[in-house]
Design a protein around this ligand. Structure first.
Ligand code: GTQ
Ligand code: FE2
Length: 346
C-alpha cells in the first residue's frame, strides 16, 4: 500500500513536469477550492498634509521640469500595492509647478483628473482648450487627449492628479505620446467646454465633433461648493451624508469611464453608518476635520490629508468639528458598475 502511494506521488510529479513542459497546469493538484478568495493588497492608510507639503516644496530643489522630467509629482504610495499606486486601480499624486514653468504637452491612454489645491494662474490646455484653474476646480484630461500645463501666476501651484493608470497597465495598454511642441496652440477663446457645458440643466442641442465632444472639462469650485451648501438642510445618505458625483452633463454618467469623482459634505456632528463596497477610493480632505473608521482602525484627518479605502473594507466617517467637513474623492465605482460588479453592504 505505502509503496503504491509513493509510486503514485512520483507518477504525479512526473505528470506535473510533463504538464509544465507542455505549458499546462492542473489546479486540482493543489488543495482548496478552484477560485480562492484573495485579501486585498490595498491597505487602509492616511497620508498627512503636514508631511506631504514640505516634501512637495523640497522636490523643486531636486528636479527641473523639461523633456525627460515632465511632471514634478509625488505619488501617494500604498504599501502592498505593486507599482506604488494609491489603490490597485487609482494612482494619486500631488503635482507642483513653479511660476513660469511649463509641463510639456503629451497624451496617454490613462484617463486623468486634476483637483486644484493651492495657488493661482496655472492652466491645463486640453485639446487646445485652455482651462485656467483655481483652488477647488476639477479638470479632466480624458484618455488620449493632448494636454499641457503651465503656471502663469506669481507663486507655486499645487494640485492632485488622479489617474486610472493601474487599470491600463493591467489591461496592457499603457502608452504615451509626446507632442511635437512644448505647448499646444490654444483656441482664441479660453474655457470653451465650460462655456458650452457649464450651465446647470442646459446643454448644446446641436451635436459637436472632436476628441472632447459633449464633455465638460472644467468643473468650478464655486458651483460645486454652492451645490453642497444648498443641501445643508436636506435629508442625506446615512452612509455618506451629502454626497455628490461630478458627471458628464451630456450623458449624466461618470466623468471618466473608470474613475468617478465625488464631493461630499459631512455636516457638523455627523457620524455616518458603516458600509462596504466592492469599489476602492482615495479621499482628500478639502475642509474641516474629523475621522473615519476603516476595517476597525480609526484614522483622524484634517484639512489637506488623504486616505485610502480598500475594496470591501467597512468604513464610516465622522465630522468632529463645528464646521462642515468637505471630502473630495476618486472612486473606481464606474469601472465596477460597467462590469456588473458594484455592490454595497450595510
Ligand atoms: O500632469 O499630465 O501625476 O501625465 C502622472 C502622469 C500627472 C500630467 C501625473 C501625467 C500627469
Ligand atoms: Fe499627462
Amino acid at each position: 500500500m505505502a509503496l503504491q502511494a509513493t509510486e503514485r506521488a512520483r507518477d504525479l510529479e512526473a505528470y506535473q513536469a510533463d504538464l509544465r513542459a507542455a505549458g499546462l497546469d492542473a489546479p486540482w493538484a493543489e488543495p482548496g477550492p478552484l477560485i480562492r478568495p484573495k485579501a486585498s493588497a490595498v491597505q487602509a492608510r492616511l497620508w498627512r498634509w503636514a508631511d506631504i507639503e514640505p516634501l512637495v516644496r523640497r522636490s523643486a530643489e531636486f528636479m527641473t521640469l523639461g523633456r525627460g522630467a515632465e511632471r514634478r509629482v509625488l505619488r501617494l504610495d500604498n504599501p502592498g500595492v505593486p507599482e506604488r499606486t494609491s489603490t490597485h486601480t487609482i494612482s494619486t499624486a500631488v503635482q507642483y509647478i513653479l511660476p513660469g514653468e511649463v509641463a510639456p504637452a503629451h497624451r496617454h491612454t490613462p484617463n486623468a483628473v486634476r483637483f486644484i489645491l493651492h495657488g493661482h494662474g496655472a492652466y491645463t490646455t486640453v485639446e487646445g482648450d485652455k482651462c485656467v484653474m483655481e483652488p477647488g476646480d476639477l479638470v479632466l484630461t480624458p484618455s488620449m487627449t493632448w494636454h499641457d500645463h503651465g503656471n502663469e501666476g506669481r507663486a507655486p501651484v499645487m494640485w492632485i492628479d488622479g489617474l486610472d493608470s493601474p487599470v491600463l497597465r493591467y489591461l496592457e495598454n499603457l502608452a504615451m505620446d509626446t507632442y511635437p511642441e512644448e505647448r499646444q496652440p490654444v483656441a482664441a477663446v479660453s474655457g470653451v467646454s465650460e462655456r458650452r457645458y457649464g450651465a446647470p440643466g442646459l446643454r448644446p442641442a446641436t451635436a459637436e465633433s472632436g476628441p472632447t465632444a459633449g464633455q465638460l472639462l472644467h468643473y468650478r469650485w464655486e458651483v460645486t461648493h454652492a451645490a453642497l451648501l444648498r443641501q445643508r438642510e436636506l435629508s442625506a445618505s446615512p452612509y455618506d451624508d451629502v454626497l455628490l458625483e461630478y458627471v458628464n452633463p451630456s450623458t449624466g454618467r461618470s466623468v471618466l469611464p473608470t474613475l468617478g469623482c465625488y464631493i461630499q459634505m459631512l455636516r457638523p456632528g455627523i457620524r455616518t453608518r458603516s458600509h462596504r463596497e466592492t469599489s476602492s477610493a482615495v479621499y482628500h480632505v478639502v475642509a474641516g476635520a474629523g475621522h473615519s473608521v476603516i476595517d476597525g482602525v480609526r484614522f483622524d484627518w484634517t484639512h489637506g490629508d488623504f486616505f485610502a479605502v480598500p475594496p470591501r473594507a467597512w468604513h464610516e466617517h465622522a465630522n468632529d468639528g463645528g464646521d462642515p467637513a468637505i471630502l473630495f474623492s476618486f472612486q473606481d465605482v464606474p469601472l465596477l458598475t460597467a462590469l456588473g460588479l458594484y455592490r454595497t453592504e450595510a
